[in-house]
Design a protein around this ligand. Structure first.
Ligand code: OAD
Length: 226
């Protein structure tokens, strides 16, 4: 079975009503990234950080997978499909994708601030100051903040290096190390990029670009691949 690796960014979820990052002046819902998504922010104002992610979680609970998420899942009927996503939403899983690697964490999970291996699935959108892990330490969002390591990067490199077909959907390819994943794909593999903007991607062989939204781009690509 041929292996398809789909690498997604915020753009794949845009048609589900979840805002992208850089389409909005670099501000995240009127916050500077440094105020809500860094270890420093957590140290100085944990309540603001929790409130920010609570709001994201609340929005996610009413979001549904769009046609792009669904078509990516449908590729599993014919291919060994691995999704590597920069997104913290769970819309790939909701669409039925079975193998999903989250590079930047998962919004619906939280973890211990004492032992990062203690990870819990949240039952509601709210994580509060005073919510503790079994060791008695405050729980934090299970997301990768700026300045933190990306624990799933190694496995992502390995998966990407074995792709027969590599598809990028809806990413500005500006945040490293995730954006460098495409450079681990074999020169012989077919590569596709679906994004309505002009993406700065150079020195990548065998690349076909669909300058479109995720759903219409995936429709064209799925009819070619299925
Ligand atoms: P960006 O906000 O940087 O880029 C979103 C991309 O989606 C842009 O290239 C848009 O052109 C494209 N886009 C917008 N609407 C679209 C649609 N309907 N269909 C397809 N594409 C569309 O988001 P990412 O590249 O995902 O990191 O950002 C990468 C990382 O930066 C995020 O994971 C996050 C952020 O800082 C962390 O939180 C660590």
């Amino acid at each position: 079975m041929q292996k398809i690796v789909v690498f997604t960014g915020a753009g794949v979820s845009a048609e589900s009503g979840i805002k992208t990052f850089r389409d909005h002046d670099g501000l995240w819902e009127n916050h500077k990234i440094s105020e809500v998504a860094t270890p420093d922010a957590w140290r100085h104002n944990p309540k603001l950080v929790l409130d920010f992610y609570n709001e994201r979680r609340k929005q996610l609970l009413s979001a549904k997978p769009n046609q792009a998420h669904k078509l990516i899942a449908q590729l599993q009927g014919k291919y060994d499909v691995h999704v590597i996503t920069q997104n913290i939403d769970d819309l790939h899983e909701k669409a039925g994708s079975k193998k999903v690697i989250h590079l930047h964490g998962e919004l619906m999970k939280c973890r211990s601030t004492l032992n990062p291996n203690l990870i819990y699935t949240l039952k509601s959108w709210k994580l509060n100051i005073g919510d503790k892990c079994e060791l008695g330490s405050q729980l934090r969002p299970h997301v990768v903040w700026f300045g933190e390591a990306v624990p799933n990067m190694e496995i992502a490199y390995e998966v990407a290096s074995k792709a027969d077909v590599f598809i990028v959907v809806g990413s500005s390819l500006t945040v490293y190390p995730a954006a460098g994943l495409v450079n681990f794909v074999s020169n012989n593999s077919k590569k596709y990029l679906i994004d309505p903007s002009d993406i700065n991607i150079q020195d990548v062989e065998n690349l076909i670009i669909y300058k479109e939204k995720a759903s219409s781009g995936m429709e064209k690509l799925a009819s070619e691949l299925l």
